[in-house]
Design a protein. Structure first.
Length: 357
């Protein structure tokens, strides 16, 4: 398994140098913030941002993934940086299909064979949105039928939860576009809540707070860095300060501002509360026997949002339940999808296919 922080290109070069080792089958976590690909028999072979830089004159991609993300907020007029997924679903079909095609070609050894694919989708997705994901995968080179697995189920499998046992397993997957909360028992989702409040909303809340309180405009990348390094959901043992640079909205000139972790916590208070409320709502809908199991086993949180400092303490305080952070929260969904792919016949009950209702 690749440890957190390792450059995605390292896994890619490993796969490329040994193309025979690459299985034809792929599992894809098509996330709002990042796309991860798991190759059968190989593990995670790609981890890149879901970002595409487009030349608006001819509509062709200039850069995809990490290279495109570096261009955010720094492009000339004829290049537009696009995130083709919003709130966990496809917002720009054409760009998403180009991005998927690029990623698949990057990791798949053969240009002629079509890989079998398992793709994750949020649990609250509509039939039309699910069909768009399947169509994008097919146009990008997937073999029919494209298998679909719901994100909370994939996250629970990836976090080593006993999903097939008759006991209550509660998973909270906080991604870039959606927060998925689900109670799983006997290989099925008993009750679930999907809210379109997650990492992106935390970034936006920081942007708006700096504008309103300090008349300072910062870019999306700066807001994301503030969230990662300064964000917290519970008071810290030692509060920190940091200097951030942006543009003064009154003078129009560049300015440096010192902010504290308390101010960032205040900025993201509303979206964090929405995530906590989703967990409480799901618990409220959980049958009593399963609620008793969760009280004993605790709640597991995964996804990039699980790395927000103090979120486990906040959830524990609000719910009274033990909270566990998955061993590799950023990779739980793609690992779970990969395990479903490796055992596709045994896991068929957890998957839906193109053409299914």
């Amino acid at each position: 398994m690749r440890p957190n922080g390792t450059d995605a290109s390292e896994g890619f070069s490993m796969a490329r140098n040994n193309p025979l080792a690459l299985g034809r089958d792929l599992a894809i976590d098509l996330g709002t913030a990042n796309t991860l690909i798991y190759a059968r028999g190989q593990g995670i072979v790609l981890n890149e941002p879901s970002v595409v830089a487009i030349n608006i004159n001819d509509g062709r991609p200039v850069a995809v993934g990490l290279e495109a993300k570096r261009m955010m907020g720094r492009t000339p007029g004829h290049i537009k940086v696009v995130r083709p997924l919003k709130d966990g679903v496809i917002a720009d079909f054409d760009v998403c299909e180009k991005m998927l095609r690029y990623f698949i070609q990057k990791v798949h050894a053969s240009k002629w064979s079509k890989p079998r694919m398992v793709i994750c989708v949020p649990s609250g997705i509509t039939g039309v949105e699910q069909r768009a994901v399947q169509d994008a995968a097919e146009f990008a080179g997937a073999r029919k039928p494209v298998h679909i697995i719901e994100e909370p189920m994939a996250a629970a499998i990836g976090a080593d939860m006993p999903v097939h046992e008759p006991s209550g397993n509660m998973i909270v997957d906080i991604g870039g576009g959606t927060t998925e909360v689900a109670v799983i028992s006997l290989g099925g989702i008993v009750t679930a809540q999907s809210v379109r409040v997650a990492g992106d909303e935390l970034d936006e809340a920081i942007l708006q707070y700096l504008k309103k309180e300090f008349s300072l405009a910062v870019g999306e990348r700066t807001a994301e860095e503030i969230k990662i390094h300064m964000g917290s959901a519970w008071p810290l043992d030692e509060e920190l300060t940091a200097d951030i640079r942006g543009r003064d909205l009154i003078s129009g000139l560049p300015r440096t501002l010192e902010i504290t972790t308390e101010q960032v916590r205040e900025a993201i208070a509303e979206p964090v509360s929405a995530i906590v409320d989703a967990v409480k709502t799901t618990l409220d809908k959980t049958p009593p026997e399963l609620a008793a199991d969760i009280m004993q086993q605790g709640i597991t949180i995964t996804g990039g949002g699980a790395l927000l400092a103090g979120l486990d303490q906040r959830l524990s305080h609000e719910t009274g339940m033990p909270i566990h952070i998955a061993a590799e929260p950023l990779f739980s969904v793609v690992i779970g999808s990969g395990r479903a792919l490796e055992n596709i016949d045994a896991m068929r009950g957890l998957l839906s296919q193109s053409g299914d209702d």
